[in-house]
Design a protein around this ligand. Structure first.
Ligand code: DPP
Ligand code: ZN
Length: 838
């Protein structure tokens, strides 16, 4: 397979002025007629992308012309082309047999599309690349009640999109759908019709998505001054979808998991995800659609910025500190993990084989952190001014990271050439800090270093904004938050003080780095109790939890009483947000602990980690003991269910407390909570407790209750594997794959069981028998033949293999080799497995 390089970028020899598409839909023989007008820039052959297409006719300005076809391209020699011409092509495609879910495919009887990144080439011949933008006109002939495409409707089945867009933002939907309709008036006075389309029967689950959409539209105007620009905005929920959602112009297509919600079927987490993803896709209208990417290497230009913006939105809608903690938890769990292994790559990669493999935590989440750092460095007002310049200067263009950085340089006068290293260097910088106090002078000494990664043996220092304060031993703040910029490999800071303070570094997690300090447990306890920065209070609790877990793991030590006392104090402090308390109570994940072992030079044993985590959890439960029932009672949320932050916060604390209580009473209270639950958040929390306590009847009862609800059943599948005893996990997962409702071609269902094992039951996945590895490889090979994109994504469960003992390494290598040598393996999975084995 061919590797594509950023340095090879070349503009196309022809521009596209207009695209007209006419679809006659049929499950196995859809006809697509295209009329595309081109204008010449350079006298070269016209080479268009096209895959899995049956060419029926081809004309240039009404005449037949010689052309060549390959598996992937259509070529018309330059000699047959003029300065401006119209290409008319008719092709036949088969949506029904399109199991890869890229291009035009069918899901539950409806037609839908997914064109990002390179799906349009499976619809017709075209320059399928983001820098070729054109207005579209679409006609759909189908016997379905609803037919949708981008832009504004002009007649039944006819759509016009006046805004030039690249192919990846094209969309079409046709099927038996029902809409929930609402309206929004923009700041410019435009009346916009809003629709959320779902399958009949789901229309009672659209309120929250619609509400989130209206709030997103308002927030985008209030905070970024950007109005909507068409007369309609449509969202469609689709059951079979490889990703979360897609920002097609005026026609966002969503995985139904991120649209449908009712109190009985969706958890608070689901509601928060729906809010965040609806906002994310809507925000793409300006950061992605109106200003798009020149090429796919620039993916972070739209994704990093849009993630940053949806995080800002969620922080405004909910609790900002809690949102930040959750975002950092995700970043560390997914991106730091990626950065530490064989799949590490820069926020802007320089080479790829299959672009779908670069829709990663690094491009998205680290890409968002880079925007956040930039805002911290220039300040909020300068950030706003730079964004205004960005929208003014680049509206309607396909841009690069250079364009983005230039906007900040021009609007602030700052040289950002060193800052650009954040886009180019892979790996998470380590920030090592030592301190000293002598003769009234406090010295902080900082060093940064980034480990080598694939293709990057030496890394240069990066610009690290360090938000920091100093806390006295009595807990009083002696230095309020200031931002220190570190740009060299080393930095020394000096302060005149009466006594040695406790540093509170990287407040709000001001940079995506790994902080290494010599902080004592006593200092952490002071920060947990007194830091003015909520993020660092939580960070102190996490570090305390980690050191107590590590002590248990390596020496069998019981948790320190001082820590347990401090934890109890936080949990019982009614002045603190219950959501914050819930986060303090949540122990670091098993994967996080495996990483901590690795960082400390200890080979992680997933079985021992699982046991240590259970032991420490039990010790916390015993320490809080009699206080638990009263604490649980205090988290009650009387009245009708509301997904708003206040009630959700209480339920999240309640879930953590119930977990602890279950350790003590074997599930008595969880059983009562399960029976009394009136919403999915409470029901699922109690369900997890009961499964973990070995309850033998609850799984069947839950299944009987929810058998006909696909999204709830996804939770049932996932929880059944996640809560299985690690020794039984593979057997449980295998049995679930034989369940009548295990529709493995549905990505959500596939992920429920497979990731239920790999991500949610790490001790089961890493079972010394190697059965977990075989289980994963078996299913990856099975799915790869149908859906390479989801297969490649799921293969990352193996990315941490180097951490483990030689036996496990050999077992994983065996499976990776088996996959790599499988005949007919997809380019997607081959690239991923190749990178992991190298
Ligand atoms: N562009 C989509 C999103 O991130 C993913 N395909 O919203
Ligand atoms: Zn996005």
């Amino acid at each position: 397979p061919q590797t594509i390089y950023l340095k090879d970028y070349t503009p196309t020899p022809y521009n596209v002025a207009h695209v007209a598409l006419d679809f006659t839909l049929h499950p196995t023989a859809t006809r697509v007629q295209s009329r595309i007008t081109f204008t010449r820039v350079r006298a070269e052959d016209l080479v268009l992308n096209g895959e899995d297409l049956i060419l029926k006719s081809l004309r240039v300005d009404g005449a037949e012309v010689p052309h060549e076809l390959s598996e992937t391209h259509l070529t018309i020699p330059a000699a047959h082309l003029s300065d401006a011409f119209t290409l008319e092509v008719e092709v036949e495609i088969s949506p029904q047999t399109n199991t890869a879910l890229e291009g035009l495919y069918m899901s539950g009887g409806m037609y839908c599309t997914q064109c990002e990144a390179e799906g349009f080439r499976k619809i017709t011949y075209m320059y399928d690349r983001p820098d070729v933008m054109a207005p579209y006109e679409v006609t759909i002939h189908a016997d379905t009640p609803v037919q949708l495409s981008n832009g504004n409707p002009t007649a039944p089945g006819c759509w016009t999109d006046p805004h030039p867009k690249p192919t990846y933002l094209f969309a079409l939907v046709a099927g038996d759908l029902v809409a929930t309709t609402d309206h929004f008036t923009t700041m410019e006075g435009r009346e916009v019709t809003l629709n959320v389309y779902v399958r009949p029967g789901d229309e009672d689950k659209t309120d929250y998505a619609m509400d989130a959409l209206k709030r997103s539209m308002k927030w985008e105007e209030d905070v970024y001054g950007r109005p909507y620009d068409l007369d309609v905005f449509n969202i469609v929920a689709v059951d079979d979808f490889n990703m979360g959602a897609m920002e097609n112009k005026g026609l966002n297509i969503f995985n139904s998991k991120y649209v449908l919600a009712s109190p009985e079927t969706a958890t608070d987490t689901d509601y928060a995800m729906i809010e965040g993803i609806v906002a994310h896709e809507y925000f793409h209208n300006w950061t992605g659609n109106r200003i798009t990417c020149r090429d796919w290497f620039q993916l972070c230009l739209k994704e990093g910025l849009t993630v940053y913006r949806d995080q800002q939105f969620s922080a405004d809608m909910r609790s900002a500190p809690v949102q930040r903690i959750k975002d950092v938890l995700q970043l560390r769990a997914r991106q730091f993990r990626e950065d530490a292994g064989p799949l590490a790559h820069p926020v802007r990669p320089e080479a790829f084989v299959e672009i779908n493999n670069f829709y990663t935590a690094t491009v998205y989440e680290k890409g968002a952190e880079v925007i956040g750092m930039l805002r911290t460095l220039v300040g909020p007002a300068a950030y706003d001014a730079a964004l205004t310049l960005y929208f003014d200067r680049h509206d309607g263009q396909a841009c690069t990271i250079e364009d983005w950085i230039q906007v900040f340089e021009d609007s602030t006068g700052r040289d950002l050439s060193q800052f650009k290293r954040w886009y180019a260097q892979a790996g998470t910088p380590h920030l090592t800090v030592t301190d000293d106090f002598k003769n009234g002078e406090y010295t902080l000494h900082l060093k940064q270093k980034t480990k080598p990664s694939a293709g990057q043996p030496d890394k240069a220092p990066q610009v690290i904004p360090i938000a920091m304060g100093l806390i006295g031993a009595d807990g009083a703040e002696v230095l309020p938050t200031q931002v220190v910029e570190m740009s060299e490999a080393e930095l020394t800071l000096r302060y005149e003080l009466d006594a040695k303070p406790i540093p509170s570094l990287l407040r709000g997690f001001s940079a995506p780095v790994i902080l290494e300090t010599e902080q004592s447990e006593a200092d952490r306890l002071v920060l947990l109790a007194h830091d003015t920065d909520p993020f660092n209070r939580w960070e102190a609790s996490t570090l305390l939890a980690k050191s107590n877990l590590m002590a248990n793991l390596t020496a069998g030590s019981a948790p320190a009483t001082a820590w347990l006392d401090a934890l109890t104090k936080v949990i019982t402090d009614d002045t603190l947000d219950p959501a914050f308390r819930a986060l303090v109570l949540a122990l670091p994940s098993e994967d996080n602990l495996a990483n901590a072992c690795d960082a400390a030079g200890i080979v992680p044993d997933p079985t021992a980690i699982h046991s240590a985590r259970k032991a420490v959890h039990l010790a916390i439960a015993q320490h809080m003991g009699e206080a638990l029932p009263a604490l649980i009672a205090a988290t009650a949320t009387p009245g009708p269910y509301s997904p708003a932050a206040n009630d959700a916060a209480k339920r999240s604390l309640r879930a953590q407390l119930l977990r602890l209580q279950t350790r003590l009473d074997g599930g008595t209270m969880a059983r009562a909570a399960y029976d009394a639950a009136t919403n999915m958040t409470d029901q699922l929390a109690a369900f997890g407790c009961l499964l973990s306590a070995g309850d033998t009847t609850v799984a069947a009862a839950f299944e009987a209750q929810w058998r006909t609800d696909r999204l709830v059943m996804d939770k049932w599948f996932a929880m059944s594997v996640a809560e299985a005893d690690p020794d039984d996990a593979v057997a449980v997962a295998t049995a679930l794959t034989q369940h009548a409702d295990f529709d493995w071609k549905n990505p959500n269902r596939f992920r429920s069981v497979i990731a239920g094992m790999t991500a949610m039951n790490p001790a089961g996945f890493h079972h010394p028998s190697g059965a977990g590895y075989r289980f994963l490889a078996d299913w990856l090979l099975k799915l790869d033949a149908l859906n390479p994109q989801t297969t490649a994504r799921m293969s990352t469960a193996f990315e941490t293999w180097r951490r483990y003992d030689v036996d496990r390494q050999a077992l994983i290598q065996e499976q990776l080799a088996r996959i790599a040598t499988h005949p007919g393996l997809s380019r997607d999975t081959a690239e991923m497995v190749g990178r992991m084995r190298d």
